[in-house]
Design a binder for this molecule. Structure first.
Ligand SMILES: *Cc1c(COP(=O)(O)O)cnc(C)c1O
Length: 439
């Protein structure tokens, strides 16, 4: 390890813990109030643009995915109170959670069963729209259900979409692109599960497997795509489109909370906990909810101890200039959706004034949490998704955060939302195997 990195180990306790593979909690000293955000990389108009685009596509989505009929073509998940899980966390982990605990069930998002159904599908739709508009085949005020016709299938069939993935991003890009008629190639890292590769192949997606990690799969995918002028690469390491697809969740969540008569204001803070891989999903959701709720929402990212790239990137300020391997951390985790060694090139910088803190969790705890949620609430989520509870089971660190923010008196009014990021499409045999892990 070079001397510069050693300096961080000596001066930042969370980095020292991370390098020692210990669970930890990093509090973001660079978090700012809304009036001092000063974010220049992205702007709120982009969220509206993304939300409008998803509305234009709703008639098409409803046509090709019958499961979207009941939501009129909008891909959205349920927000459910999980009070028995709250009791479980308080009893088993002395979590001391006050207020309400809810689960945002992106684990059951239609079409691809993970949070990637937000960003991934959005990016594919945007690309398809760009191509069709440019070719003069589509106008923005058309009824987009025409996109289901043969003429468009043939047109998109001349184009290729490629992506590198640990699994879930490949699923959402693969399923959506194949449905539109694109030729799709998904470059899967060694962490990707067999059933995801099988499912994609069954839908006509070309899957290329790598023995290497996520970054290697992305790099190869990018190279392949760059060689082919008819190919588009979904770039998880840099994509603003993915980010904006995720950020639409902010206004949607606001509407859901209003529907359920759950207040969010200065006296009723909202705490959100989201598992983080490369950062796009938690970053985009954070940006979206911060636009929706301002200073009244507090966002926490959660990562596996062996793949805590965002924490290292933000805590050192080096962002994508650092990888877990630079700290001799192997990047290996059962939380396949989070098995990323180097954070996004832009997300960490965008969320620097927004995120309250990052908690890490060891793999063995993920399975206990998975069993707990299933037993208490009859909800299954995948290992990556269980990381959503990582901060909630560190009451002393949470207390620190709460005191710093001056929220001690308000905690009984808090709504906590654990963001369940995946699990809906996991086959029964795989679920059964997960549920026996670490027993
Ligand atoms: C991808 C993924 C995440 C994190 O998203 P990033 O954009 O990689 O940070 C979290 N949970 C699951 C289940 C995922 O598939």
């Amino acid at each position: 390890m070079n001397n510069e990195l050693k300096k961080y180990i000596e001066t930042v306790p969370a980095v020292a813990d991370a390098a020692a593979l210990k669970e930890t909690f990093w509090i973001n000293e660079k978090k700012r109030k809304e009036k001092d955000w000063n974010i220049t990389e992205v702007c709120p108009d982009q969220i509206k643009d993304a939300a409008d685009r998803l509305k234009r596509f709703a008639p098409y989505l409803k046509t090709v995915f019958p499961e979207l009929e009941k939501t009129d073509g909008i891909i959205e998940s349920e927000l459910r109170e999980i009070s028995r899980m709250k009791n479980f966390l308080n009893e088993e982990y002395s979590a001391g959670i006050e207020g309400r605990l809810m689960l945002k069930m992106d684990s059951d998002l239609p079409v691809s069963g993970s949070v990637k159904a937000r960003g991934g599908i959005y990016e594919v739709l945007k690309h398809a729209e760009d191509l069709a508009l440019e070719a003069g085949m589509l106008k923005e005020d058309d009824d987009y259900s025409i996109l289901a016709g043969k003429e468009f299938q043939d047109f998109f069939g001349k184009h290729t979409v490629q992506v590198g993935s640990t699994g879930n991003l490949g699923m959402s890009i693969g399923i959506m692109s194949a449905k539109l008629g694109f030729h799709v190639i998904v470059h899967m890292s060694a962490d990707a599960k067999q059933w995801k590769k099988d499912l994609l192949r069954s839908r006509g997606v070309e899957v290329i497997e790598y023995q290497d990690d996520y970054c290697a799969a992305v790099e190869q995918g990018r190279k392949n795509s760059d060689k082919d002028p008819m190919s588009y690469f979904v770039d998880d390491e840099n994509s603003q489109n993915l980010f904006m697809g995720y950020s639409v969740a902010g206004e949607r969540l606001k509407a859901q909370l209003e529907e359920q008569n759950i207040p969010v204001d200065e006296e009723h803070p909202l705490f959100i906990y989201i598992p983080c891989g490369i950062g796009g999903a938690p970053g985009g959701v954070t940006y979206g909810v911060k636009q929706a709720f301002g200073d009244n929402v507090y966002c926490f990212f959660t990562e596996p101890t062996h793949a805590c790239c965002m924490m290292l990137g933000m805590a050192t300020g080096l962002h994508d200039g650092v990888s877990v391997r630079d700290f001799d951390i192997d990047g290996r985790t059962d939380a396949d959706g989070l098995a990323v060694g180097r954070p996004s090139a832009f997300v960490g910088r965008v969320v620097e004034p927004l995120v309250s803190g990052i908690a890490t969790i060891s793999d063995n705890k993920l399975y206990d949490l998975m069993r707990g949620l299933l037993k208490e609430e009859e909800i299954f989520i995948e290992p990556s998704s269980c990381a959503a509870f990582a901060a909630l089971i560190r009451p002393e660190d949470m207390q620190d955060c709460i005191e710093r923010e001056g929220l001690s008196e308000k905690m009984k009014n808090v709504t906590h939302i654990a963001w369940a990021t995946g699990g809906g499409m996991v086959p029964q045999e795989t679920r059964d195997a997960y549920l026996k892990m670490g027993l």
